[in-house]
Design a protein around this ligand. Structure first.
Ligand code: DGJ
Length: 710
């Protein structure tokens, strides 16, 4: 089967064993969308019923654009839905695209200056449309992989005229689904409460998730799932849409008066105005669409496989992550080189493999009011400097990690005093501070060069194994949406340079936790700090929510203090560990005395994390249950040999009934031992299920381990 078929009549069919995506050039020359969903042979165009009281396209008696699914719809010619593209030309803002040409490539042309998914075993269709009146061409890119239920889309827009045009809506993708009853699922939140799943019926009208905060944001992760309204975790058609982008975005779903459902994904049109001069090209970020017939769980599996294979840095693919001790909740800003060396000993004592020096190590940074931008070690507290300290830590047999927040500047810093114009601000307005800090203007190449130089000075010592890249405020006084996008291009350019120079350093993306947890950042950094919420109950729903899109390969979790510093909850060390147990990167952020109290348990958990490190990469993750009082997950190692079942019962009650849970995706014919004891058939575990212990306390957490024996 060819991945892309182009018929003589110009029907384009992208097809593999799991999905088909099809479009055709209509008799009017429009690029009409035909189908996206389960793999089928020959999708046909939709009927064009006679409509009353609507606008017909040009002189056609039966074609209203308000109903025709199009690949790149515009407004102003009879389609009154939200447009994928909108611009203002020399005379007016009416744009309309017709087919011009197409080509099929055996590769995926990479996106210059922005991250995008990697293509191997792919075909890419590029269809060029033209507006001959406004003199604009668009190249619509579609990539299909041989073995993934995912389509990548992006657009390049060219000004082929002689006057500038002003781009306003430049979505990466428009996707129409057939009329039907759908639900939407999205993930909203805030600091320390990220990734709350909300499922709502798709209304008639428009539902939009977006960010104008300068980051993709924790308010709405850039991910929207649309599913048949009866879909469950295991059954039903589900469509997922996300972007390989980390800044201002918008993803919307709109049901029109004829039931047409249009998904748009791309840069947020709010305040966006990009001047495209003659001969210039504008490239949108990449959008990804995934499909599964096997419910939301099936959709997650599609995403997980695809993100692992095509987004995450290849260097860290299936590379076990070191266990670590992070100084943040152990010491906050009260760090010195002696304390770090002491903590390194404590860390070694429980078997930890890496010491991460978090915030507080640079010029006078004794609280969050100063010094961002001055990335040299504080001479009072780190007299030997970071490379020498790192060397000492490494001499103890540990790796060394370091925290940076490179995109920021404190007003009280040498950098700001020297270059106040490098911070985002607009004339006549007092800059708005967030966490007492300002955002550096990464749209300026000299700012990017300066940041690169500062990081390079430390990283080039060769002593740094890991970097935590933080970003702790939303942007204000940016001035325009176009500038917010230029900022992202500056950031991606900086990350490209750093990753090229330091391919072996493991980077972790963080933005006050999950305020920029997206495929853009994860294209450079193999893992992310999902949330500052380390209380086990708080973290459960965050990991559960994030798992809809993200594989556990990208998650980092540590055992934090109890009572928890964010919500005050007291919890057992066991529950704190198990809430993060499926994460690829597992660690501890406790001080010396706290570690001493739990030394035996921590030693055991660290050892367990080391032994199971490979099983948390490339694994199949199933959300067996997540409601009310109970969360149950299943993590199956990629070779299928080990199955972890993690159960949490939040509040206890007397005389509870027996509980049982059915496992998923096992080998029906195989036998599995439970905790090296009883033997169960795979079919029994999946169809009858496994009995769970009756809890005896609040926040009861249990881990069952099944090993395949034959
Ligand atoms: C916010 C991060 O989410 C925390 O883990 C910690 O690194 C602090 N910033 C440091 O300021």
């Amino acid at each position: 089967m060819e991945l892309i078929d182009v018929s003589d009549e110009l029907t384009f069919t992208l097809r593999n064993a799991a999905i088909t995506y099809a479009m055709r050039v209509s008799t009017e020359g429009l690029l009409e969308q035909l189908y996206f969903g389960a793999s089928i042979n020959a999708p046909s165009p939709q009927p064009r019923p006679l409509r009353h009281c609507t606008v017909m396209f040009e002189d056609s008696p039966t074609l209203t654009l308000n109903e025709l699914p199009q690949e790149y719809p515009t407004q102003g010619r009879g389609d009154f839905g939200s447009p994928a593209f909108h611009a203002v030309g020399a005379d007016n803002s009416v744009f309309s695209f017709l087919y011009k040409s197409h080509r099929v490539e055996d590769v995926k042309p990479m996106l210059d200056g922005m991250p995008s998914s990697r293509g191997n075993g792919v075909k890419t269709l590029i269809v060029t449309l033209v507006d001959a009146v406004q003199h604009v061409e668009v190249d619509l890119h579609y990539t299909i992989w041989a073995n993934q239920a995912v389509i990548a889309r992006r657009v390049e827009i060219r000004n082929v005229g002689s006057t500038p045009i002003s781009l306003r809506h430049v979505h990466s993708s428009a996707l129409d689904l057939p009329p039907g009853d759908y639900d939407l699922q999205h993930f909203h939140g805030t600091w320390a409460r990220e990734f709350n799943a909300e499922r709502v019926p798709l209304p008639t009208g428009r539902f939009i998730i977006e960010s104008a905060r300068g980051t993709s944001s924790n308010a709405h992760n850039p991910y929207l799932a649309v599913m048949e309204s009866g879909a469950t975790e295991t059954e039903g058609d589900c469509f997922g849409t996300t972007l390989v982008y980390s800044g201002n975005f918008a993803i919307s779903a709109e049901r029109g008066e004829f039931g047409r459902v249009r998904l748009l994904a791309g840069l947020n049109p709010f305040d966006f105005d990009w001047t495209l001069k003659p001969d210039e090209t504008f490239a949108t970020p990449e959008a990804l669409h995934a499909f599964s017939r096997k419910g939301l769980g099936g959709l997650s599996h599609v995403w997980h496989d695809s993100i692992r294979a095509h987004i995450l840095p290849e260097r860290f693919h299936n590379a076990p992550r070191p266990t670590y001790l992070n100084t943040w909740e152990a010491a906050y800003f009260d760090v010195t080189e002696d304390k770090v060396l002491e903590l390194a000993d404590v860390a070694s004592g429980i078997g930890v493999e890496m010491l991460v020096l978090d915030d507080g190590w640079f010029m006078g940074r004794t609280d969050d009011r100063r010094a961002l931008g001055d990335w040299t070690a504080d001479p009072d507290r780190f007299a030997m400097g970071i490379p020498a300290l790192a060397e000492k830590v490494r001499a103890k047999g540990l790796k060394f990690g370091l925290w940076f927040e490179p995109e920021m500047v404190s007003p009280d810093s040498d950098l700001y005093r020297a270059h106040p114009d490098w911070a985002m601000s607009v004339p006549g307005r007092t800059p708005s501070l967030g966490r007492h800090q300002m955002t550096l203007d990464l749209s300026k190449p000299e700012v990017v060069d300066h940041i690169y130089g500062q990081l390079d000075a430390i990283l080039s010592s060769g002593q740094i194994d890991y970097v935590k890249w933080d970003m702790n405020r939303n942007m204000t006084e940016v001035g325009s949406g176009a500038k917010a996008h230029r900022y992202m291009l500056g950031l991606y350019g900086l990350l490209d340079r750093l990753m090229t120079a330091y391919p072996d350093i493991l980077f972790e993306t963080c933005a006050s936790g999950g305020n920029r947890f997206d495929l853009g950042m994860l294209s450079y950094m193999a893992q992310g700090w999902v949330s500052d919420m380390c209380d086990p109950i708080g973290r459960l729903s965050i990991i559960n929510g994030a798992s809809h899109l993200f594989p556990t390969d990208v998650m980092a979790s540590y055992i934090g203090p109890s009572p928890n510093h964010q919500n005050g909850r007291v919890s057992s060390i066991r529950a704190r560990f198990l809430a993060g147990v499926v994460s690829a990167a597992r660690g501890v952020s406790l001080n010396g005395p706290e570690i001493a109290v739990h030394k035996d348990a921590l030693t055991k958990y660290v050892q367990f994390s080391k032994v199971t490190a490979r099983d948390m990469l490339g694994a199949r993750f199933d959300r067996l249950r997540h409601h009310g009082n109970e969360t149950i997950w299943q993590q199956t190692s990629r070779d299928g040999s080990t199955v972890y079942v993690i159960t949490f019962q939040i509040l206890n009650a007397p005389n509870l009934p027996l509980r049982r849970v059915r496992l998923r995706g096992l080998d029906q014919a195989a036998r599995y031992t439970l905790d090296a004891g009883a033997i169960y058939g795979g079919d029994t575990l999946m169809h009858r299920g496994i009995a769970l212990t009756i809890p005896t306390e609040d926040f009861a957490a249990e881990l069952l381990i099944l090993k395949k024996v034959s």
